[in-house]
Design a binder for this molecule. Structure first.
Ligand code: HEC
Length: 115
């Protein structure tokens, strides 16, 4: 019995740091529900809903740099809307993950260079 408890404790302690980091950019996109409005077809990420307003982010890394993605996702950047012609727009939602997750997602978006 004692040995089992010890084994469990060791597992819990060693597994914890991995559980805390881990998430890849792709996983964060799903966890943060970006898929309510976006797909990333080139990466096999489907949108959560089938609606005409879904914007595919495949290839988006060719258009912007990492700093832009971070500012955009924090709603700090306004630019010409890609959906409402002639209007300025900020992103729909502000990023709710951690700063480390924002770094990961921004780098992931930058890596999306294939349509
Ligand atoms: C409620 C809907 C919604 C959600 C959720 C959402 N977005 Fe968006 N996103 C939009 C809309 C709408 C635009 C286009 C805004 C415009 O140009 O008018 C956009 C634009 C973008 C762009 C710029 C695309 C380009 O071609 O310039 C990126 C990158 C992006 N979103 C990433 C994300 C990420 C990452 C998440 C999750 C953290 C997310 N979005 C969650 C609605 C959403």
């Amino acid at each position: 019995m004692r040995r089992y408890i010890l084994a469990f404790a060791v597992t819990a302690i060693t597994a914890a740091p991995f559980a805390a980091q881990a998430a890849t950019g792709k996983e964060i996109v799903v966890e943060q529900k970006c898929t309510k409005c976006h797909s990333i077809k080139a990466e096999g990420v489907a949108a959560a809903e089938d609606k005409p307003t879904i914007i595919d982010l495949s290839g988006v890394g060719k258009d912007h740099d990492v700093a832009w993605f971070k500012g955009w996702l924090n709603k700090e950047i306004e630019r010409d809307s890609i959906v409402k012609k002639g209007e300025k727009a900020k992103h729909k939602i502000a990023f709710k993950g951690t700063p480390a997750e924002l770094d990961t997602v921004a780098a992931f978006l930058k890596s999306l260079t294939k349509k």
